[in-house]
Design a protein around this ligand. Structure first.
Ligand code: EPU
Length: 338
C-alpha cells in the first residue's frame, strides 16, 4: 500500500473540485484496511472515499483519505426464486448492475447508471424510478474505524429512510462498508415500470413484456437525456432532497400555485420535487461564474470547469434562500458538504 502525501482529489470526486488531502491510500481488502487503522490511532482523522459522487468538497482535508477498492461479486446462497449476491464495497455500482442484468438477476435494473460504489450505496439508500436499495438489501459488513472490528448490519440495523440510513446519522464517519449482500430474483422478476418516464420509453419502443435488460436500457436512456455525465460536466446528481411538507401547508401553496407538482405520501405529508421549486425560482440553466443549475434538471448543480467547492455551496445557499422566500419551504442538501 502506497501512502501519498498532499494528494489532489480532483479526479476522485465527480464534481471535479480540486482540493488536497493531507494523505491518501487505496485499500483492496479488509486486511489492508485493518493494517492502516492499526497505524492510525485517530479514527476521526480518517475519511473513507468511494466514487466521490455524492460529496461537495469545499476545503482541503486535514485527513487520511482511504479509497475503498475492495472488489468481488459472488453468489453466496441460492433460494427457490432468489440468489444472494455478495459484492465488494469498492465495486462500481453501475458495473454491478450490468453484471446482474447480464446474469438475469432482478431487482437493481431501475438503479442503472447511478454513479458511485456499492459500499456507498447503502449510506444514502440510493433510489431512482420507483426502486430503492433497501428493496433488495439483505445485509452488509463494515469495519469500525476506531477498532478495526468487522460488524454485520441487517436491514433493521441500517435504519433506511429516504436517501438516509444510520450511516448518515449516529454512525456517520465511523465505519467502512466492505461488503454488501443483495437478494435478487432469478425468476418471476417483480419489474417496476410504474414510473411514468419508463412506461413512456417502453411504449415508444413497443415493448409490452419487458425484460430486465429492457428496463435497464430504458433507465440508461432517461438518465442520459436528463442528467449530465460527470466525466463531461462535473456534478453530484441531485444536490438537494425532495422536501416533504405538511398537508395544510401544501393546500395553502396549491391555492397560490395550482400547477404545483406533488406526490402524496403514506404518512399524510406531501412530497414536492425540489427540481420544480428551483425551476420556478428561475434557476434552471442559470450560470453564475463557473457553476450553475443544469439546463435539463434544475436539481443538479454543475461545475462548468474550475469551480471551487465554496462557489458551488454559495450558489446552493442562494437557491435554497430563494425557494424559502417564494414557497416557504426549506430544502436541504442531499450531497455531503465537506
Ligand atoms: N422538475 C421540474 N424542473 C426540473 C426538474 C424536475 O419541473 O428542473 C419536475 C419534473 O417535471 C417532475 C418532477 O419534478 O415532474 C420530478 O423530477 P424527476 O423525475 O427528474 O425526479 P427528481 O424528483 O427531481 C429524483 C431523485 C433522482 C432520481 C429521480 C428518478 C431525489 C433527490 N432525486 O429526482 O436521484 O434519479 O428521482 O427517480 O430524490 C440523485 O439522488 O442523485 C438522483 C439523481
Amino acid at each position: 500500500m502506497l501512502l501519498k502525501q498532499n494528494f489532489s482529489l480532483k479526479e476522485y470526486n465527480t464534481f471535479g473540485i480540486d482540493v488536497v488531502a493531507a494523505s491518501f491510500v487505496a485499500i483492496h481488502s479488509v486486511e489492508e484496511l485493518q493494517q492502516i487503522l492499526l497505524k492510525n490511532n485517530d479514527s476521526e482523522k480518517i475519511m473513507i472515499l468511494g466514487g466521490g459522487s455524492n460529496m461537495l468538497l469545499t476545503k482541503d482535508l486535514d485527513r487520511l483519505v482511504v479509497h475503498n477498492q475492495i472488489k468481488g461479486f459472488e453468489i453466496v446462497a441460492e433460494e427457490k426464486d432468489h440468489s444472494i449476491v455478495a459484492v465488494g464495497g469498492g465495486e462500481n455500482w453501475h458495473e454491478f448492475v450490468l453484471m446482474c442484468v447480464e446474469n438475469d438477476l432482478g431487482g437493481v435494473e431501475n438503479l442503472s447508471l447511478i454513479p458511485g460504489t456499492v459500499g456507498a450505496a447503502p449510506i444514502q439508500n440510493i433510489g431512482a424510478y420507483g426502486v430503492e436499495l433497501k428493496d433488495v438489501f439483505e445485509r452488509l459488513e463494515a469495519v469500525e474505524l476506531s477498532t478495526g472490528k468487522v460488524y454485520t448490519f441487517d436491514k433493521t440495523a441500517c435504519q433506511f429512510g429516504y436517501r438516509d440510513s444510520v450511516f448518515k446519522r449516529d454512525l456517520k464517519g465511523k465505519f467502512c462498508i466492505t461488503k454488501v449482500y443483495f437478494r435478487l430474483s432469478k425468476q418471476q422478476h417483480q419489474l417496476n415500470t410504474s414510473y411514468g418516464a419508463i412506461a413512456q420509453v417502453l411504449d415508444d419502443k413497443n415493448i409490452n413484456s419487458p425484460s430486465i435488460k429492457d428496463i435497464s436500457d430504458a433507465v440508461i436512456e432517461i438518465r442520459q437525456s436528463k442528467l449530465p455525465d460527470p466525466k463531461v460536466l462535473g456534478n453530484s446528481g441531485s444536490f438537494f432532497k425532495n422536501p416533504e411538507i405538511p398537508l395544510a401547508q401544501f393546500e395553502d401553496l396549491q391555492q397560490r400555485f395550482p400547477e404545483i407538482v406533488h406526490y402524496s405520501l403514506p404518512n399524510g405529508k406531501v412530497k414536492v420535487p425540489a427540481g420544480w421549486l428551483i425551476e420556478q425560482c428561475g434557476w434552471k440553466g442559470k450560470r453564475i461564474g463557473n457553476t450553475g443549475a443544469y439546463e435539463k434538471q434544475a436539481l443538479v448543480l454543475v461545475n462548468y470547469g474550475g469551480a471551487t467547492g465554496e462557489e458551488v455551496f454559495l450558489l446552493a445557499k442562494e437557491i435554497a434562500a430563494s425557494v424559502k422566500s417564494k414557497f416557504g419551504i426549506t430544502i436541504t442538501p442531499e450531497v455531503n458538504v465537506l
